[in-house]
Design a binder for this molecule. Structure first.
Ligand SMILES: [Zn+2]
Length: 476
């Protein structure tokens, strides 16, 4: 995600997607129906109650029927799950549409919607290690779900406005439109079946495998075989122009723009093929068979690294943001967070990619580094591991993370730095990562020097001195 630009622009206008948080009085927790117990969550250190630590969802097969002129959707989700412990009750995250029925395997089972949880009671407990499917049928309006990490009310999830629908989920909006284990640590692959009125176009994460129009409806299927975090899944429905670009070897590039989007905005994305090739040179092969961008009709949402199809506001003019979201396809989507506290592994890396790109274009990046440092010096200093929700998208996640990587690079030189990035990306492709995983690769390739260079940036809270070119000084 790229929210620093939003921070800099804050106060200049009113965002369409931003809403005032509902001012409810504090309510007691909803009562549980007989037989159900309070869910315990996955145990993420920032959002402990999201998800269920007893579940490993490996695949979601989602059928979603929608109409961009209406808020309500209808869906059927088939989850392929492995029980990680004995399950007397199963809890999924889900907010909004009414659940019409739940089956475990072929058997209808009791369920209850309580707050933002869908609780499911197997007729007999599911033993640890068992693989099973859950089928959930639902219909209704996705919840108006506000970003828990922001105070100014960014709306997340399935959003219908201005004649289109799109998805913007980081960190926890996915459960407004499908029941899921809504933590990035539990990644999954996806099959999508989107049913929309004929005349509209649907695009989504993954490879389009089929499209049929009949009886006034168009059904389009997508497959994404690589596991991603739930927030990285995207769907866009609207009056869209689809355009393709010639990609580097084997990668298809398709972009979706709202009809009438100015050519100047489309031009923001003209360099995607060059960026793909460039980043593969630092990070190793691009993780998916397809890439592209989907631009919404909303000028003020933050850009988001939705898998294989990054999402942008209609005002997007900075190619560096396009580069940033592309870099997240490696760091954020392919390598997903094992815990939200490690978000610098997403934002620090995508931000540093902006500097690598600028250097490759022959730009003097010293002023950029100085701006990053000056911005950090103005904000409260903290170590790189986030401890609170409001820190997820602060300057430390982005800029301190990027400067930590710069300090690492200066301590060991470009060649070893490149090896660390590409080894880390390939070793953990499709897996969840913690900070220790990256440090392990850094130590293996860069030795103790590498860890020493990163240490003051990691632990904090004090802002370390501006990183100088230690290696060059040593050589001299
Ligand atoms: Zn980002």
């Amino acid at each position: 995600m790229n929210r620093l630009i939003l921070l800099l622009l804050a106060g200049t206008s009113v965002a369409l997607a931003r809403q005032t948080a509902p001012q409810f009085p504090t309510l007691p927790p909803p009562a549980l129906p007989t037989g159900f117990t309070a869910p315990t969550g996955y145990g993420d250190s920032i959002y402990p109650l999201l998800g269920d630590a007893g579940l490993d969802v490996t695949h979601y097969d989602l059928s979603i029927t929608s109409d961009p002129r209406q808020d309500a959707i209808a869906g059927r989700a088939v989850l392929s799950v492995t029980a990680l412990r004995d399950l007397g009750q199963i809890s999924l995250d889900f907010a909004g549409p009414k659940v019409l029925g739940v089956k475990l395997g072929g058997e209808a089972v009791r369920h209850a919607q309580v707050g933002e949880k869908l609780l499911i009671l197997p007729s007999t407990p599911v033993a640890a290690g068992t693989a099973f499917t859950l089928t959930v049928a639902y219909a209704g309006t996705p919840a108006l779900h506000l970003d828990p990490s922001e105070s100014d009310g960014l709306r997340l999830g399935w959003i219908t406005q201005a004649g289109g629908s799109y998805v913007l989920s980081e960190p926890d909006g996915a459960h407004t439109y499908f029941p899921c284990n809504d933590v990035p640590a539990d990644g999954a692959s996806y099959s999508l079946h989107l049913d929309i009125p004929a005349g509209y176009t649907a695009v989504a994460s993954g490879v389009q495998t089929r499209q049929v129009t009949a009886s006034g409806r168009t059904r389009t299927d997508f497959e994404l075989t690589q596991p991603i975090p739930s927030y990285a899944l995207t769907v866009h429905v609207g009056k869209l122009d689809l355009e393709t670009q010639a990609g580097p070897v084997g990668i298809q590039i398709r972009n979706a723009f709202p009809v009438g989007l100015p050519a100047t905005i489309k031009a923001t994305f003209a360099q995607t093929p060059a960026m793909l090739g460039f980043l593969a040179g630092w990070f190793g092969p691009y993780p998916y068979p397809v890439y592209g961008v989907a631009v919404t009709a909303d000028p003020e949402i933050p850009a988001l690294e939705t898998a294989t199809l990054s999402t942008f506001p209609s005002s997007q003019e900075a190619p560096t943001t396009a580069l940033h979201e592309l870099a997240h396809q490696w760091f954020g989507d392919s390598l997903r967070l094992g815990d939200w506290s490690d978000i610098w592994l997403n934002e620090g890396f995508a931000t540093y990619a902006e500097l690598l790109w600028a250097q490759s274009r022959g730009q003097n990046t010293a002023p950029l580094l100085e701006r990053w440092y000056a911005r950090l010096a103005r904000d409260p200093a903290r170590g790189l591991i986030a401890t609170r929700s409001k820190q997820l998208f602060d300057s430390s996640s982005y800029l301190r993370g990027a400067l930590a990587l710069h300090a690492l690079r200066l301590s060991i030189g470009d060649e070893k730095f490149r090896q660390i990035l590409s080894q880390y990306a390939s070793r953990f492709a499709g897996k969840s990562v913690r900070t220790a995983d990256f440090l392990g690769v850094a130590r293996q390739i860069g030795g103790q020097n590498a860890l020493d260079a990163m240490q003051p940036w990691l632990v904090g809270p004090a802002l370390p001195p501006f990183p100088k070119d230690i290696l060059m000084q040593t050589v001299r």
